[in-house]
Design a protein around this ligand. Structure first.
Ligand code: AMP
Ligand code: ZN
Length: 665
């Protein structure tokens, strides 16, 4: 008993010192004293394994090795942020907000930390898991690595909720990054390119003791969960800090967009003094009830907006312009530059967008150009330093033929890009389409990677994705570096993709403009490829959020004989080309034609569930009340101005119970 108490009190003490040092930056004991206590605890724990605690401060040094990181679905989805670049963008955003919510709106302004996003889950004050953002729906579990980051509390203090997620950014402060690079250079290794990629790469290291050695930090900015008793974003930041999290103290409350701009202008300059990288400001509607009213688009919250700082610029000599062919046949011109350092990275290539852009800026080989780096991975060229132009300079002649297959390029009148029309005979297009088909968000075929696809095409084993289903192990074995086991895995991975649901198959087909979200919409509406393939352009445009460009592209795709053949071969191979029975069972036309607004707080189902119910039953969810609204499902605390608006337009209000009764629930 006495030993246990001794262990507990040492843990307690060390936790507090960790907190003082890593979160508050205000240590009260020397490193030597800290190490002595830590060693004492290590010895006691080693002698008494019965008191093991995964959250003990001794386990911060890591040591556990993860071979494969598990994929976990986020309990609450991790969204991206919409971006803005000007006061006008922000004012437009404010207008949209004022339309959708009642009463005065306040904003929190926070810095946008540039690192790797992370979701931490706490249960009863203890770190349960840490998951990377991944695609927002699911990410990789990296808990053992995150435990080694000293500013991540393993045990919370104060009055924390029993269960919640907290989101933050793992960053590598400049000083630590430079120290790491100095050590690498001294050891004759290549230095790391930039802090952000190094931070995000660290999370997936297999050996957690390697992670422990890196001076990573975790900066928190958002608490999510059910019934947390929080009312504003600002309050949640303060609360999170009181539970022991590292919440940077730069957040402020703003009462207007002008106050937001003041904050932006201040930090645009002052951020250069910060110890870590920031790439903008995040502005959030402060009131959580208003946030709930505003909800999310497919990609981002409507209640938050990122403001990106002006990108940094550098000038560099442009050696050559080369051309890449994408899976759709689109040609992208690329500038190959004399390497130059920009915003912490070495830049060698930049995007030139299209022929018009090159002509407009009169960009030529041999020019000295201005390169800018925004949020994009590949930087862009924004201008030419004409004073440096060589005397023998020649205007750029855009290519007329495909660099891969020599077919003459085409360009539709209203299109910015040139295309290689040789869909079935142009190597990067053939490979690109199959690579898209097997990719993670599409058919997610295990055991088959992008390079193998290129090899299979080169060897003449496949020319389209339907061919994948006919591959046999004995055909694969003669390939370079293809062992029996990998060949079997490949065939098995392909076979397993027969279980992938229809909406993802639809995305995988690679129909122009049919991204993930559109594929979902179309799958839900038409329910089978059969029905979709027969839809007319007008019929498609009638589907919520489907515009004419998408409609045209879908109709054209299905008109082509070769695509019809692909579809029937996939059908024969057993790929899911309609919604499953299970999904269909939950879908009805009960609310067909209804345009429904959801407002207030609900008890029997969550807002998200309510919206899903409306859509699953054929209705349309709209965010603001108009004469087109069929009825409003009104919960508790519905805003007074919404109520007045509904009344003045004669739009009916129904309760949650009445709504559920309509659906027979
Ligand atoms: P983006 O990756 O450009 O879509 O921006 C969204 C990401 O910004 C989020 O996933 C977060 O990881 C990150 N972020 C950094 N700082 C903040 C902050 N203060 N609030 C919200 N998100 C932030
Ligand atoms: Zn081509």
């Amino acid at each position: 008993m006495e030993i246990e108490q001794q262990i507990q009190s040492l843990r307690e003490e060390l936790r507090q010192h960790n907190y003082n040092y890593y979160v508050l930056d205000a240590p009260v004991i020397s490193d030597f004293e800290f190490d002595t206590k830590l060693k004492q605890l290590q010895e006691l724990e080693a002698a008494h394994p019965e008191f093991h605690d995964p959250n003990s401060p001794t386990l911060r040094v890591g040591g556990q090795v993860t071979k494969n990181f598990n994929t976990l679905v986020h309990e609450h989805r991790m969204y991206s942020l919409d971006n803005s670049y000007s006061k006008e963008d922000l004012l437009d955003w404010e207008k949209r907000i004022k339309k959708a919510v009642d009463g005065p709106v306040e904003y929190t302004c926070e810095l946008k930390y540039d690192g790797a996003s992370m979701s931490l889950t706490y249960q009863d004050g203890q770190l349960e898991k840490a998951v990377t953002r991944g695609d927002g729906v699911q990410g990789d579990e990296v808990t053992t690595n995150i435990r080694t980051i000293k500013s991540v509390p393993l045990q919370l203090k104060g009055d924390f909720p029993s269960r919640f997620d907290i989101r933050g950014e793992i960053v590598l402060p400049f000083a630590g990054f430079e120290a790491m690079n100095a050590a690498r250079v001294a050891a004759g290794e290549e230095p790391y390119r930039n802090p952000r990629n190094t931070a995000s790469g660290s999370l997936k290291l297999q050996d957690s003791s390697e992670v422990a050695k890196r001076p990573l930090e975790c900066l928190l900015y958002s608490v999510v969960g059910n019934n947390l008793g929080l009312t504003t974003q600002f309050e949640s930041l303060e609360k999170a800090a009181s539970w022991g999290f590292k919440v940077p103290k730069h957040a402020v409350l703003a009462k207007s967009i002008d106050e937001v701009l003041e904050y932006i202008n201040h930090w645009d300059v002052a951020r250069h003094e910060l110890p870590y990288e920031t790439d903008g400001v995040v502005i959030k509607v402060n009131n959580l009830r208003q946030q709930e009213e505003l909800g999310f688009t497919a990609k981002a919250p409507r209640w938050a907006m990122a403001y990106k700082f002006q990108a940094e610029q550098a000038s560099a000599v442009l050696h050559t312009i080369t051309y890449q062919v994408g899976r759709t046949g689109a040609i992208t011109p690329v500038a190959n530059l004399e390497p130059v350092s920009l915003a912490g990275t070495i830049v060698k290539r930049a995007s030139l967008h299209n022929a018009d852009q090159i002509a407009k800026l009169d960009i030529r080989e041999g020019d000295t150009v201005y390169v800018e780096k925004g949020g994009e991975i590949i930087p862009k060229i924004v201008g030419v330093d004409l004073s440096q132009r060589p005397a023998d300079s020649q205007p750029t002649k855009y290519i007329t033929h495909c660099p891969e297959c020599q077919t003459e390029l085409v360009r539709a009148a209203d299109e910015a890009l040139h295309y290689c029309p040789n869909e079935t005979g142009c190597f990067p297009q053939i490979v690109g389409r199959i690579q898209h088909y097997i990719s993670r968000k599409a058919m997610d075929i295990e055991g088959l990677g992008g390079e193998t696809v290129a090899l299979l095409v080169k060897e003449g084993l496949i020319t389209n994705y339907a061919d994948l289903y006919e591959l046999r192990v004995d055909q694969l074995l003669p390939l370079e570096r293809m062992a029996q086991k990998s060949a079997e895995n490949l065939v098995e991975g392909v076979a397993k993709s027969r279980e992938i649901p229809f909406e993802r198959v639809l995305f995988a087909l690679g129909i122009r403009y049919v991204g993930e979200t559109v594929a979902k919409k179309l799958a839900r509406h038409y329910k089978s490829i059969e029905a979709l393939s027969q839809a007319s352009e007008d019929d498609l445009i009638g589907v919520d959020e489907i515009g004419s460009a998408i409609a045209q592209s879908v109709v054209q795709w299905f008109m082509e004989e070769k695509h019809q053949q692909l579809v029937s071969r996939l059908q024969a191979a057993g790929v899911q080309l309609q919604l499953s029975e299970e999904v269909l069972a939950n879908q009805t036309d009960t609310l067909k034609g209804d345009v429904v607004v959801v407002s207030g707080v609900f008890h029997r189902v969550s807002r998200t569930e309510l919206k899903k119910l409306i859509e699953d039953n054929g209705g349309k969810v709209s965010s603001s009340i108009s004469s087109k609204t069929t009825y409003v499902v009104a919960g508790d605390k519905m805003g007074p101005s919404k109520r007045t608006k509904a009344e003045s337009l004669g739009v009916a209000l129904i309760t949650e119970d009445e709504f559920l009764a309509k659906l027979g629930q």
